[in-house]
Design a binder for this molecule. Structure first.
Ligand SMILES: Nc1ncnc2c1ncn2[C@@H]1O[C@H](COP(=O)(O)OP(=O)(O)OP(=O)(O)O)[C@@H](O)[C@H]1O
Ligand SMILES: [Mg+2]
Length: 600
């Protein structure tokens, strides 16, 4: 089997025997409890104490009937009351401690799990996010983990107490009257068989519920982000149908489990009641035949109290079994995410970049494809000298964005290599490599926070003066200073409260703060007014100064000034040179150029 190593405690164990013993998703969670042996011990001890003390009361009742009432020894009454009160007090005190320790333990394990999941999410390559809708990922971390939490909180606590109670009660019953004890517990094998059958059937159904919930959440995410498009296309009716279809699937899958649960829990209840029937029938006979000498009335009343005490936890265990099936399905989805391989990661020999690189970038025979048999880049060779500007032009879908996304290693080439100052990018640690690269996207992404918070992503340690300088250099200070709250103004989700031109200038300021030797620009195709355009152009030129720049260029002004222009066609560089050289070649570039110059 293929194992991926992860930081954190939830990594699958590499040892064969261990995986065999602890292979289930719930076992993996339970195993993580063992990392806190003290809390485990305290929880178990207090549960044990609570249970044992609970077993005392039917015995005292028996004592009251047989030793106090029957012989008329009322002098024993005060002592009995005292023992009773003390036992109650101790039981509830221990119970309080059990709840406290138990929750402490479970919340800690849950926090560990959440953190492992989040840190894994941070490491997963972009490919994972391309294949899994964001809503589904979020639903795993919020919804699925909640189901695991429930089973950990209620399941382990009640499960342990239930089992302990059953063992204790069983022992008490055996001591009181073995035959009657076995008779009243006769339905147990039936209950076990029923539980097994239910477990089989419910797991599949629960997995379906979890999947459907993930799908619903993914849909909601999508439709909430696309709210403008829905309005534009007046698609509200259609969207309501799509929502209904998914919500209905959730309902149906839940109902299918609940129907099964209805049959299961009711039939288990019926079988369990048979135990009481056997007890009454045989107990009455014993009393009648023996005249209450060998098997006393006190014994019988203890039985009448103990038997329900046995079946109550059985009932609870059924409920826990139901929760466990739910949690198992949820935990599978959690571990599915936690075990997702990280495609792009540090080589064991990777070293950090400690000095500022000159910024020479080379592609050597780079091949890349997103899916097998569909080559996107085919044999790319190029060299970008430090501080030079490389413009990439070509028709849509030619592979321009793909080419530049290999530089920060969003993906790795399938063949060939990319080098920074002569060293393969894969020989550097990812974090320090990405620190050398600035990216300004076509429509930049801003986080839901203030302008200042967004700029600090460029450099965490930047002070107010540096932020202001960056904003000024990016020609963004004008509009930022006019905002009522200045740079503390919230930008909204993805920066929706700002115009495209404003977002671009903020992204430029953010890149200026980062001050990377290598820069990637995806020029905006959407047109802004000429004054803004001029501002952005100036800001960009300021940003490009002294940096090795790759620019996916649409504007002639940018292309003209580039040191080299690469014309990309179907994943290959078909022409390269300066603007004048390429115009003289009368090839593809000239065609593209002329198409742009033609009046519409
Ligand atoms: N994440 C992805 N998964 C699968 N295929 C992709 C992915 N991104 C791009 N592609 C495909 O790869 C090809 C090249 O895409 P790319 O985005 O690099 O083109 P481009 O030259 O930047 O085009 P444009 O000028 O329209 O931005 C396209 O056919 C596209 O469908
Ligand atoms: Mg593109």
């Amino acid at each position: 089997m293929f194992h991926v190593a992860h930081p954190g405690e939830f990594a699958p164990s590499p040892s064969g025997l261990d995986t065999l013993l602890m292979k289930g998703p719930l076992a993996r969670i339970l195993r993580s409890f063992l990392r806190y042996p003290w809390w485990c011990t305290l929880t178990l001890l207090s549960a044990l104490g609570t249970t044992l003390l609970g077993l005392v009361f039917p015995q005292i009742t028996r004592y009251a009937i047989d030793e106090v009432v029957a012989p008329g020894r009322l002098d024993r009454l005060p002592w009995m009351v005292l023992v009773l009160v003390l036992a109650f007090l101790l039981r509830d005190l221990l119970n309080a401690l059990r709840v406290f320790w138990n929750n402490q333990l479970e919340q800690q394990v849950l926090l560990d799990l959440r953190q492992s999941l989040f840190s894994h999410l941070q490491r997963l390559s972009v490919t994972y996010y391309e294949k899994h809708p964001s809503g589904d990922v979020v639903s795993r971390l919020i919804d699925d983990i909640n189901h695991v939490e429930r089973v950990m909180l209620d399941g382990t606590e009640q499960g342990v107490v239930s089992v302990l109670t059953m063992v204790g009660v069983f022992w008490m019953l055996l001591n009181l009257h073995p035959t009657l004890a076995l008779l009243s517990l006769l339905p147990i094998p039936l209950l076990l068989a029923g539980a097994l059958a239910y477990t089989r059937g419910a797991h599949k159904r629960h997995r379906k519920i979890r999947e459907m919930t993930g799908r619903l959440s993914a849909y909601l995410f999508d439709s909430v982000s696309g709210v403008r498009e829905i309005r534009t296309f007046s698609a509200e009716g259609h969207e309501a149908e799509r929502f209904h279809e998914r919500a209905d699937a959730c309902k149906e899958s839940t109902l299918s489990v609940m129907r099964l649960w209805g049959v299961y829990s009711s039939s288990m209840n019926f079988f369990a009641s048979l135990g009481y029937v056997f007890l009454l029938a045989y107990g009455c006979r014993l009393l009648a035949e023996g005249g209450g000498t060998e098997f006393t009335f006190g014994d019988f009343s203890a039985f009448l109290l103990y038997v329900p005490m046995f079946y109550q936890p059985v009932q609870r265990l059924h409920g826990i079994n139901q929760m466990m099936q739910q949690a198992r399905a949820a935990a599978e989805r959690l571990f599915d995410l936690l075990d997702a391989p990280v495609d792009v990661k540090d080589r064991p020999s990777a070293r950090p970049i400690t000095e500022r690189p000159a910024g020479r970038i080379e592609f050597r025979n780079v091949h890349f494809s997103y899916s097998a048999n569909v080559p996107i880049l085919q044999g790319i060779d190029l060299t970008a000298m430090p501080g030079s500007v490389t413009a990439i032009v070509g028709t849509t879908g030619a592979g321009k964005s793909t080419l530049v996304s290999l530089i920060p290693r969003f993906y790795d080439p399938e063949e060939g290599a990319i080098l920074l100052d002569g060293t393969d990018l894969r020989d550097f640690t990812l974090a320090t490599l990405r620190a050398q690269i600035g990216i300004v996207a076509q429509e930049p992404f801003l986080f839901n926070g203030s302008i200042r918070e967004n700029l600090l992503y460029g450099r965490r340690t930047a002070n107010d003066q540096e932020i202001r300088d960056a904003l000024e250099a990016a020609h963004a200070w004008d509009f930022v200073s006019q905002l009522e709250t200045g740079w503390d103004a919230p930008v909204g989700e993805r920066g929706v409260r700002l115009s495209v031109g404003e977002k671009q200038r903020l992204a430029i300021a953010r890149a200026l703060l980062k001050d990377p030797p290598v820069l990637i620009l995806d020029e905006a195709t959407s047109s802004v007014d000429t004054t803004t355009e001029l501002h952005i152009q100036r800001a960009l030129h300021r940003l490009m100064e002294g940096r090795t720049t790759f620019i996916i260029a649409h504007r002639l002004s940018t292309i003209r000034k580039a040191d080299q222009i690469l014309v990309l066609e179907k994943g290959r560089i078909c022409e390269r040179g300066s603007h004048n050289e390429l115009i003289q070649q009368r090839g593809r570039y000239r065609q593209l150029h002329q198409a742009q110059m033609e009046p519409i």
